[in-house]
Design a protein around this ligand. Structure first.
Ligand SMILES: [Zn+2]
Length: 480
């Protein structure tokens, strides 16, 4: 879905909020915006402050490698200090520190963890129209590497910590902020280090992390995507064909190029079995309610035994995002072999991009592929690295209900879409420790430039996200 990057005007939103208060005044639902207007936070000021924090964070170049995330952690520390919130920086590598801060609750419920990473991917500076580390605001957008992934989220979370502390919001849960390093490919200094060596600092019942987004159209938020699980990239799996080297004038039956080509063709044609989980099933159901009739029909009948096979064929051709969401996907993306036209090489190889469903059994899956390839001359290697697999976080948890409730308060016309990410985040490590982790995010569209050029966020969208996050955190962690 491509949505225009627009957000509701404050007056529209306020009218919508007023309506909800009225509705809830006559129903049994706990009044979501209890208290008088004077007790409401000034979200516009909070948005301004978060924007300044984000600008400062963007100006600290934490491109990884080398990262230098300690500089960003120290900046966050100085911002928190202004509200007398203590924090510590924990580091495996002194230049790549992780910041942890904690606001204490009354202990009646287990903690909530807010997490965002401080490292960013590199830039191809020549392609940018602004300085990627300048924090430039232009046309209502703040530009810069990390503005969207993931420093915007970090700035919003820092802001929520400031607001909770300054307003002395009574808390049932500890609220922990983790600004971790190394998310973009060097998790050993970041989330792995924190989980293995400092778990007591971040142990929580629930976590909010990157991985979701909002889409908007015609001035209104339409969808609020919350990721509850993610596919597991199995990195470095290769097909390696081996044969006998020889002269190209005398073709051989064991030519590894021929064997590799046959194996790649089989793997490329293979569709692993479709398997929905609670999240993908709910995603498709809710997406159907906002899709054109023919698309909705496909989503609603995907598991209909009579129609499933033909619908799956249609998805494979025309809805490749959904097709990948319902199965472990395999894409052969690099192939190499041979060096001279007249020499039969001894070896040829292809690398596969495999994104596994969260519950996929690695050994069994590889065994299935080996059976399919059915060629002793072709070896299928095991992955060289992978994030841990974990069950999806529940759609029936206190935090997921809070996320839906705040969406209904702030954006009554929108839909909360539980999603399974096809990309990987640090939530994998947290879920593997039993935490119910959910990915949230700001308004984003195809032009947000995540990992690309001119990455940016809408300044108004950041303010809106601060409000959303604050309300969710108060709902889940506040004391009644
Ligand atoms: Zn990220």
């Amino acid at each position: 879905m491509t949505m225009r990057e627009t957000i509701p005007t404050p007056s529209v939103r306020r009218a919508a909020l007023a309506l909800i208060v009225l509705v809830c005044g006559v129903c049994a639902v706990r009044a979501p915006l209890a208290g008088t207007a004077a007790q409401e936070p000034d979200f516009s000021r909070a948005g301004d402050e978060a924007t300044r924090t984000l600008q400062a964070l963007v100006r600290i170049d934490t491109s990884s490698p080398p990262g230098n995330e300690t500089l960003a952690a120290e900046h966050v520390q100085s911002v928190l200090e202004k509200a007398d919130i203590p924090s510590k920086i924990l580091a495996l590598d002194p230049t790549r520190g992780n910041l942890v801060a904690r606001l204490e609750g009354d202990g009646s419920k287990r903690p909530l963890l807010l997490m965002a990473h401080t490292d960013v991917v590199g830039v191809e500076r020549a392609d940018w129209t602004v300085d990627p580390f300048g924090g430039v605001i232009r046309g209502g957008h703040l530009y810069g590497r990390g503005a969207s992934d993931d420093k915007g989220q970090l700035a919003a979370m820092v802001q929520v910590m400031l607001m909770l502390e300054r307003r002395q919001v009574p808390l049932a849960r500890d609220v922990i902020l983790l600004a971790e390093s190394g998310e973009e490919g060097t998790t050993e200094v970041g989330i792995d280090f924190m989980v293995e060596r400092h778990w007591d600092e971040i142990d929580a019942e629930f976590a909010l992390n990157e991985g979701g987004q909002m889409t908007a159209s015609g001035g209104a938020v339409e969808t609020v995507s919350i990721s509850t699980t993610e596919k597991v990239p199995w990195r470095g799996i290769k097909l390696i064909a081996r044969g006998t080297a020889g002269h190209g004038s005398a073709p051989r039956l064991d030519n590894p190029i021929v064997h590799l080509a046959a194996a790649v063709a089989k793997v490329g044609a293979y569709q692993s079995p479709m398997r929905l989980n609670e999240t993908t099933r709910a995603y498709l159901e809710r997406l159907a309610t906002m899709s054109p009739p023919d698309v909705a029909f496909r989503y609603r009948n995907l598991e209909n035994p009579r129609l499933s096979a033909s619908i799956q064929d249609q998805l494979r051709e025309a809805d490749i995002g959904v097709n990948s969401m319902v199965r472990t996907s395999i894409s052969p993306n690099i192939i190499s072999g041979g060096f001279r036209r007249n020499v039969i090489p001894a070896e040829a190889e292809a690398e596969l991009d495999i994104r596994a469903l969260p519950d996929e059994d690695l050994d069994q899956f590889l065994a299935t592929l080996r059976e399919l390839i059915d060629d002793p001359a072709v070896e299928l290697t095991a992955p060289t690295s992978m994030r841990p697999a974990a069950p999806p976080s529940s759609l029936d948890s206190e935090l997921f209900h809070a996320l839906e409730q705040v969406q209904q308060q702030m954006f009554p016309e929108a839909v909360t879409l539980p999603t399974m990410l096809v990309a990987a985040t640090d939530s994998a490590q947290i879920r593997a420790k039993g935490v119910q982790a959910y990915g949230v995010g700001m308004i984003r569209d195809d032009l947000s430039g995540v990992h690309g050029t001119d990455e940016r966020v809408s300044v108004e969208g950041l303010e809106l996200f601060v409000e959303y996050l604050y309300r969710v955190v108060v709902e889940i962690a506040g004391a009644d």
